[in-house]
Design a protein around this ligand. Structure first.
Ligand SMILES: Cc1ncc(COP(=O)(O)O)c(C=O)c1O
Length: 451
């Protein structure tokens, strides 16, 4: 039987006549005409199709792509040619040109630690001693004394019994949730939860219930109906919105319903709390939350994920978190660098102070110009555009104006919720913040999005 290649929603390929897959001859359309014809489509139209061939969506997507991409859709994977510091050079792939000296609001390097000289030295030293990789799963030959040292120091910093290291933050969420929850149980999480939380729930085969963003009443409704063992997961700082959960109310409602709690502090560790332990510390609720999650890829500027909690929890996860058991341990260089970055983040609280001065200044500059930043209360600042195609043109305009920001569109956020995500770092100077926000405001004004 001939496989069908119908996308979920069929592109109007009749007008303009017959676009062909990339590489073959195609009618010439201006970027604006191509956008007019193809802007009703995005990845969701090519998610699934009828038929027996797993490749059935490749050709329709390629046809769409052959217009959408040259029209400016997809502003991602622009190769950086420098460290992810406050100012970067990169290759702009759409017009195939190098751009220099852009103010960088796209990286998560909140404390500027990824390129600190001492961190690099520690990474080089560890690589010299242990080589490139750990060459094994942490439960087999992959555990180095460096991993033990990092886990011990992390647990001490977070004031918990133990820490468990994972190859990435993504795999830490997936492994922890699927390691703990079982079919028949219920995991309830915020509707804006990160994909790694959602994927962990899917893998666990527990029931997945979403509550409306930061809505405790809706959470309570979901808890009332939940069957089996219950786990509620929230984020410290929501990664696309920069707002915080109403943690005291959430903890209280979970306690009444006998649910365990987990907090993903990917964007809040080393940013919130008197000692930088995160939003749980900020609200004074560290002991009330059962599982504390973090990543090494944001404030510490490396890669890897971790979970901290009781000895019994970590010991159990060692056996059941499959994304850790069946994956190689963190590379020695990264681990050595992280030990140093963790030491600096604790020894230099002034970095956090500088970050917050910068966050306040960036919010002030945007607020004065009437920019819509949603409910952001942190270094993650969404600049709302709410137009899923225009965001990409504006992305190119931002680059041309001298600022690097990532456009965020479906599927990272819901449709018609596209925005630029601005990440502020302690490493930005006041002049860079002003130059970068001036560039943003020029683009927003041209597009009628601020005064
Ligand atoms: C809230 C949240 N959790 C988990 C992750 C995954 O972390 P990593 O990128 O370190 O794998 C991210 C990544 O951006 C995130 O934003």
């Amino acid at each position: 039987m001939k496989p069908s290649t119908q996308p979920t929603k069929k592109p109007d390929f009749a007008d303009p006549p017959g676009p062909k897959a990339s590489g073959k001859s195609k009618p010439k359309l201006s970027a604006a005409d191509a956008a007019d014809h193809y802007q009703d489509f995005d990845y969701s139209n090519f998610f699934s199709g009828a038929g027996e061939d797993p490749f059935c969506m490749l050709e329709p997507m390629d046809e769409w792509w052959s217009y959408a991409h040259p029209a400016g859709y997809y502003q991602f994977e622009l190769p950086l040619q420098t460290a992810p510091g406050p100012v970067v050079n990169l290759h702009e792939t759409l017009h195939n040109k190098d751009l220099r000296g852009l103010v960088n609001f796209a990286s998560y390097n909140y404390l500027g630690l990824s390129y600190r000289e001492e961190v690099i030295e520690a990474a080089v030293e560890a690589t010299r001693k242990y080589g490139l990789g750990a060459s094994g799963s942490p439960i087999l030959s992959g555990t180095l004394d460096l991993h033990e040292q990092l886990a011990t120091e992390l647990a001490r910093f977070k004031q918990k019994d133990c820490a468990l290291l994972f190859p990435t933050g993504y795999s830490a969420n997936v492994g922890t949730i699927s390691g703990l929850m079982r079919p028949g149980d219920t995991v309830i999480c915020d509707q804006f939860s990160h994909a790694s939380i959602v994927d962990g729930i899917i893998l666990s085969k527990a029931k997945c219930r979403f509550f409306r963003h930061n809505n405790v009443e809706d959470l309570e409704k979901k808890l009332t109906k939940a069957k089996g063992k219950k786990l509620v997961i929230v984020e410290g700082v929501y990664s696309m919105d920069g707002d915080l959960p109403p943690l005291p109310e959430i903890v209280e409602v979970c306690r009444r319903h006998g649910a365990r709690t987990m907090i993903d502090e990917a964007h809040s560790t080393f940013v919130f709390g008197k000692n930088g332990r995160g939003v749980a510390e900020h609200f004074g609720l560290e002991d009330e939350i059962d599982i504390h999650f973090g990543t090494f890829s944001k404030s510490l500027g490396g890669i890897g994920g971790f979970v901290v909690g009781s000895f019994k929890l970590i010991n159990y996860l060692k056996g059941f978190a499959r994304s850790r058991v069946f994956s190689c341990a963190l590379p020695p260089g990264v681990t050595g660098g992280l030990i140093k970055a963790l030491e600096i983040a604790q020894a230099e609280p002034e970095l956090r102070k500088k970050l917050w001065d910068n966050v306040d200044y960036a919010h002030k500059l945007l607020h004065q110009a009437g920019v819509d930043v949603g409910n952001s209360q942190s270094q993650v600042i969404p600049i709302m555009v709410r137009d899923d195609w225009r965001i990409f043109y504006m992305g190119t305009e931002m680059l041309n104006e001298g600022v690097y920001l990532n456009p965020i569109a479906y599927p990272a956020v819901g449709k018609h919720r596209s925005r630029f995500r601005m990440s502020v770092s302690a490493a930005h100077t006041a002049e860079q913040l002003e130059r970068g926000t001036d560039a943003i405001l020029r683009v927003l004004r041209r597009n009628g999005l601020c005064q």
